[in-house]
Write a protein that binds this ligand. Structure first.
Ligand SMILES: [Zn+2]
Length: 293
């Protein structure tokens, strides 16, 4: 959820910007951003620490050491790799460790049943130090790596400012190209979009939003659905139904974006780059074995 700037690109400009990355400011360090499909990419077989494997496979150049309890980012910063705490509910979200990020499994596919359990919010726990190390420690630092990525469907255009760091822009560009090519095209979801980069805290909290790091976008704010706007109570967000096309969800998940519509505290417009959660779900479901020779 995000109530910031909107980017409705005029048609003429969209022709120029369509499917292109336009640098906004600065340049990110070189990183191997070969396009990846997180739903099908081969993963190591059993034996490794699933959190370590998921993090290293999700972020090219990242190194995680469970024994030493450290993560070294592709940019060389080191942050603690601490296990999940024995906490539940709202307490898990406050000061979340890296381990807490994986304490709930993000359910792959179009399945909204898991969210019926109060506080089943896989992805809402974010380790602040890791996000700052991956994407930037200030609005200025994050802004320096932003680019504009566009959706150019037959009946709607939209643009989002996201970070080039950790290959977010590369993956989002592919997702938006694939989304625009769906039949029927999900143009409705790309009208009245909620925005993208915005250095801010989550409503009602003092925690930084994923939007602060240029790693989240909001689609149509009216179609999306958001628990705070529904009048729901925290911890009892109630039922949620969505008209999001399953094919659109699949496009985003393939490219590493999780959907807030699966959260008990639903945020049905919100997509956030969390490939580590998609890979971790595959690894812990036993689906991570490499193809047999
Ligand atoms: Zn959002």
């Amino acid at each position: 959820m995000h109530q910031g700037r909107r980017w409705i690109v005029p048609a003429a400009r969209a022709l120029v910007l369509a499917l292109a990355l336009v640098p906004v400011a600065g340049a990110a360090a070189a990183q191997d951003c070969a396009l990846r499909d997180f739903l099908t990419m081969p993963l190591p077989g059993a034996g490794g620490d699933a959190v370590v494997v998921a993090l290293e496979a999700a972020y090219p150049g990242l190194r995680a050491d469970a024994g030493a309890g450290t993560i070294t980012t592709p940019q060389g910063a080191t942050v603690p790799l601490a296990p999940a705490r024995d906490l539940e509910g709202a307490a898990r979200l406050e000061g979340a460790t890296v381990g807490d990020m994986f304490a709930q499994t993000y359910p792959p596919g179009y399945d909204l049943t898991a969210r019926s359990v109060p506080w089943a919010d896989p992805g809402r726990a974010r380790n602040d130090a890791l996000f700052r190390a991956l994407y930037g420690d200030s609005a200025r630092a994050v802004r320096a790596a932003l680019v504009r990525v566009t959706y150019a469907g037959p009946g709607a255009q939209a643009a989002f400012d996201v970070t080039t760091r950790q290959c977010v822009a590369t993956q989002l560009r592919a997702a938006l190209e694939e989304a625009a090519a769906l039949s029927p095209p999900p143009d409705d979801w790309f009208r009245d979009t909620g925005g993208s980069f915005n250095w801010r805290v989550i409503a009602g909290t003092d925690r930084l939003s994923a939007h602060s790091f240029g790693a989240a976008i909001d689609l149509n704010t009216g179609l999306g659905g958001y628990w705070r706007w529904s009048g729901a109570t925290e911890g009892a967000a109630g039922p949620f139904q969505s008209t999001l096309p399953p094919a659109l969800l699949a496009v985003f998940e393939r490219r590493g974006f999780i959907w807030g519509g699966k959260w008990h505290h639903f945020d049905g417009m919100h997509f956030e780059y969390r490939p580590e959660l998609i890979l971790h779900a595959r690894l812990t479901a036993g689906a991570g074995a490499p193809p047999q020779p």
